[in-house]
Design a protein around this ligand. Structure first.
Ligand SMILES: [Zn+2]
Ligand SMILES: [Zn+2]
Length: 338
């Protein structure tokens, strides 16, 4: 099997370097795709830095992959050579546990993440189990589709999972890589949308993205003013927040849903959950069916992440840009192996 050229980190917090590996024989259920574009997600940085203690070096990051199928295993179903597809956070799941059979493959306890003990999309080619290789609608722009496959599905999934209706009012905390897509999806879903930001300068940006209202998370009076108004609050940031203040913005039966990995434990006052029957929850990306649904919805409503492009060979500059908090709002790397 032909070797694969990639960009890899050889140890925690190290710059990515060119790395060549032999992928071995293609599994019967595997698909190999030639990478055209790959989004840069904060989780790539977490894996490079071993923030979660899961990293096995060399780490080849990249899990917002868009490309074309160039090899098919003999058991692959429903995909064709040359087809335009995407791969997100997961590259495999067991296919026989209760969650897989139920269609919730993203909750499979032995799911194989694309960049954990598996080489990801900062490479010429990448492999995944066929069920995780998601066909892209023809009308979706290939260059900007990558970030939908991790960041996009992460904020879209809660709308599906919790039966959010157009009559609901959704709040999005944080206007960044995930949050800006959350605003666009909730708006297109038909909901009233309130964006929460700690950055005053992002107020107009949030409105331009489609938010009906923008509230400062630093302004306790502003939070009090919108008390008991939201049905779902999606928290995309990974820093501790005024959880009591945010819970108070929820209507009865409302839900505070975290998709940003806040490392510090969250202090949630029980009484604020009990009165009003409120919930606090979290979720990881989405199932293959949810990914397909999200891509079809994005294509129909022409929802694309707002991205900045770098060549894959400039990946270290791109990582520095992300780390400095300068990405507006998502970075996409274009594969440029000569
Ligand atoms: Zn991600
Ligand atoms: Zn499973």
């Amino acid at each position: 099997m032909a070797e694969i050229r990639a960009w890899a980190s050889k140890g925690p917090k190290q710059k990515l370097e060119p790395f060549v590996f032999n992928p071995g024989a293609l599994g019967v259920d595997e698909v190999e795709i030639t990478v055209e574009y790959c989004g840069l997600c904060h989780s790539d940085l977490s894996m490079i830095n071993n923030d979660w203690g899961l990293s096995q070096y060399p780490v080849v990051p990249g899990h917002e992959i868009v490309g074309r199928i160039t090899l098919l295993g003999s058991n692959v179903k429903g995909l064709q050579l040359g087809q335009k597809v995407g791969i997100g956070w997961n590259a495999g799941s067991c296919m026989h546990c209760h969650e897989c059979i139920e269609g919730n493959h993203n909750l499979c306890l032995s799911a194989q993440p694309t960049i954990v003990s598996h080489h990801g999309g900062f490479a010429e080619r990448v492999r995944a189990h066929w069920i995780w290789v998601i066909p892209l609608p023809d009308t979706l722009d290939t260059a900007t589709a990558g970030p939908l496959l991790c960041g996009g599905i992460t904020v879209f999934s809660p709308l599906l999972t919790f039966g959010i209706k157009p009559t609901h009012h959704v709040g999005i905390v944080g206007i960044g890589g995930l949050g800006h897509m959350g605003i666009k999806f909730s708006k297109a879903w038909g909901c009233e949308v309130t964006a929460f930001t700690s950055t005053a300068s992002k107020k107009n940006e949030a409105k331009a993205l489609g938010a009906h209202h923008v509230v400062s998370t630093q302004d306790h009076d502003a939070l009090t003013k919108i008390a008991s108004s939201l049905d779902l609050l999606i928290v995309t940031v990974n820093v501790p927040m005024d959880w009591t203040g945010l819970l108070n913005t929820l209507r009865p039966n409302g839900r505070l849903h975290v998709v940003g990995a806040v490392l510090e434990p969250m202090a949630i006052p029980a009484i604020n959950l009990i009165f009003g029957q409120k919930s606090v929850s979290g979720s990881p990306t989405g199932s293959p069916a949810a990914l397909s649904t999200m891509l079809a919805f994005a294509a129909r409503h022409q929802i694309a992440p707002q991205v900045e492009f770098f060549l894959l060979s400039q990946v270290n500059e791109a990582l520095a840009h992300l780390q400095a908090g300068k990405a507006r709002y998502r970075i996409v790397l274009q594969a440029d192996f000569a």
